[in-house]
Ligand binder design. Sequence first.
Ligand code: ZN
Length: 255
Amino acid sequence: MGRMCAFCPADAVEHGGEHIWDNWINKALPATRYRARRRYSLNSTIIEFDANSLNEKLPAVCPQCNSGWMSALSLKVKDRFGRSILEGEPFSLGARDAVILAAFTFLKAVVTNYIIDYEPFFTRAARERFRGDLTIPPVTKMWFAAFRGRSRLSAKNDNGIIDPGWQNSPFDGLEFCSYSYAIGQLVVQLFAPRWKHISDRGKPLLSLTPHAHWEQAATLFWPYNGDHLSWPPSKYFGDDTIQSFIERFTRNVNL
Ligand SMILES: [Zn+2]
């Protein structure tokens, strides 16, 4: 039996599907080598891709979604952020572009998370609503950052479910989706909470604020605060620092 589309009631494709790395990026680069691995750490399951050949697809969506609204969103991202991804061209993020970047980040998080073989982090209702009007679930935070590594193009797709296990605190019973996506020089990161037990899911959600020392390198862009936000931030991540950013929510010392 097949899987349902992550965003609508139709069946997902069994092979192929949504490009983790959009096709316009694939076409801009020579394919060389590809590696994917699952990584397990103490409190989280992480699927991480380090890729040089970027043709990997996740069978999480139906052909109608893939070629319809998702393709339209991908083209908007190419138009608005393509030169920043590939060449590092600075941009100033206004309200409309913040919606595009947030939708792109959430889409990648959902598709990546959806292939983990337990309950998808984001509810079907939230995912189907997103398909309709690109609404991001409440209490979801997103940051952008910049990356310069040794290779001309680097790509990382990292999804972790974090259970902080903080007993006797207001966060007791919460778990978090920590999702990082790096493509070329652009890095986006999403962080969203949910209550572990379904019986708690009517309770208000809480989020976390990363330590202030991250602010020079990572700018909160969602929820959008009405300012024009400049990319790149004043500090870049490099090959030796990007992983600590990806894992910043799994290391309590960094909060
Ligand atoms: Zn669909």
